[in-house]
Design a protein around this ligand. Structure first.
Ligand SMILES: [Zn+2]
Length: 342
C-alpha cells in the first residue's frame, strides 16, 4: 500500500528540486554520480575496465562540477584519468594522500594537464549543489589517522549529502578507526548509506550503524570478487539495523531519487531511461565551494551564505547544466522507502 501511494508522489520521474544518485555498476569498485541543483558530482571512478567516463556520457553527463576521489586505490581511481581527460571537470578533491601506482600518476597528470582546480578534502569544506543540496566533508580531518590496517582506506574522504530532510552518507573505503573518529563528531542519521569498503568486515560497526541508522544501504562490489565482499556478517548487521540492502553485484546500477522528504530506489538496467534535460538540471552558476574557512565539526548547519574565495568563485563561474535525468520509469524493479526519521 505504502509503495503504491509513494509511486503517485514520485513515480520514477525526477523533477525540480530532486537529487538523483546513481551508484554505477563498476564491478569490484566504487563510483557514484550525484545530480541536482544544476550540478553534477562524481565520487570515485571505479576500476579502469568499468569505463566510467563512457557510462557518464551515456547518462548524458559531459561536465562534472566536482569530482571526489575518496582515496587512491585503483578500484576507486582506476577510471579517474579517463574521466578527467574526457569530461569537463571543474573541481577535483581528494584525501591528499598519494599512492605509488600508475593509476594515481595518470590521475595527477590529467589534473595538471587540464588545469583542474585541486583541493585536499577537509572537514571544514562545504559544497553547494545549487539551492537544493549541500555536501559536507566529514573526513579526513586536519590530521590523518595513522598506523591503521590501511591508512589509505582509513583516511577516505567521507561526504554527507544533505537534501531537505533526506541525508545520505558516502564513505569510500573508511574502516573501523574512521567510524570511531566520525562518531566523536556530529555524524548524522541518514536515509541512504553507501556502505563502506564494499561491505567488508572491517567497516560498518554496530556503533556506526546505530548512530547513522540507514534505511537504504548500497554495497558496490563485483560478482564473485576475490575479496569475498560483501562480508555475510556485515550484510546481516546492516539488515538487523533496519537497512534495506542493495548490491551492485546483484542489481547492477542502483538509482536513488530524493525529493527532499522521500526517496525512491530503482535497480537494474537503467539504460532504458531517457536522459533529457529537466528541471533538475536547471542552470546554476553559483560556485559549489561555499565555505573553506575553518568551522567547528560539521553539524546540521543552516544554509551558509559564505561565498567561495574569489579565485574559486571565478574559476567555477559559467558552470552550465550538464546532466540528464530519467523521464521514464522503465527499470526492472523498484522499491521505495519512506523516511521515518523523527
Ligand atoms: Zn575499494
Amino acid at each position: 500500500m505504502l509503495l503504491s501511494l509513494l509511486l503517485g508522489l514520485i513515480g520514477g520521474v525526477a523533477s525540480a528540486g530532486d537529487v538523483v544518485i546513481d551508484f554505477l555498476d563498476v564491478g569490484q569498485g566504487d563510483s557514484t554520480l550525484i545530480r541536482g541543483g544544476g550540478k553534477a558530482v562524481l565520487i570515485d571512478a571505479g576500476i579502469a575496465d568499468a569505463r566510467v567516463a563512457g557510462q557518464l556520457k551515456s547518462l548524458g553527463v559531459r561536465q562534472l562540477d566536482l569530482v571526489v576521489a575518496t582515496h587512491a586505490h585503483a578500484d576507486h581511481i582506476g577510471g579517474m584519468a579517463d574521466v578527467l581527460g574526457l569530461l569537463d571537470v571543474k573541481l577535483y578533491v581528494d584525501s591528499g594522500l598519494s599512492h605509488e601506482t600508475r593509476a594515481y600518476d595518470r590521475t595527477m597528470e590529467q589534473v595538471e594537464a587540464k588545469h583542474i582546480k585541486h583541493l585536499r578534502a577537509r572537514t571544514d569544506m562545504t559544497l553547494r549543489m545549487g539551492d537544493e543540496a549541500i555536501l559536507h566533508v566529514l573526513w579526513p580531518g586536519e590530521t590523518y589517522l595513522k598506523d591503521t590496517r590501511s591508512d589509505l582506506n582509513s583516511n577516505s574522504v567521507v561526504i554527507w549529502l544533505e537534501h531537505g530532510e533526506i541525508d545520505a552518507l558516502f564513505t569510500g573505503d573508511a574502516e573501523e578507526p574512521t567510524e570511531h573518529a566520525l562518531l566523536r563528531g556530529k555524524l548524522p542519521e541518514v536515509e541512504v548509506l553507501k556502505v563502506a569498503h564494499h561491505g567488508s568486515a572491517h567497516s560498518s560497526t554496530p556503533a556506526f550503524l546505530a548512530r547513522t541508522s540507514p534505511e537504504i544501504a548500497v554495497i558496490s562490489c563485483g560478482k564473485d570478487n576475490r575479496y569475498g565482499h560483501p562480508d555475510a556478517g556485515t550484510v546481516k548487521r546492516l539488515a538487523s539495523h533496519g537497512a534495506m540492502v542493495f548490491r551492485t553485484d546483484l542489481s547492477g546500477q542502483v538509482r536513488v531519487i530524493s525529493n527532499g522528504s522521500e526517496v525512491e530506489v530503482m535497480e537494474g538496467d537503467l539504460s532504458l531511461f531517457r536522459t533529457a534535460p529537466s528541471a533538475v538540471a536547471t542552470q546554476d552558476d553559483k560556485p559549489m565551494l561555499a565555505a573553506q574557512a575553518p568551522q567547528p565539526a560539521p553539524s546540521k548547519p543552516e544554509p551558509t551564505t559564505t561565498e567561495a574565495p574569489e579565485d574559486v568563485a571565478s574559476w567555477l563561474s559559467g558552470v552550465r547544466p550538464s546532466t540528464g535525468v530519467p523521464e521514464e520509469d522503465t527499470g526492472k524493479k523498484k522499491k521505495k522507502k519512506k523516511r521515518t526519521k523523527p
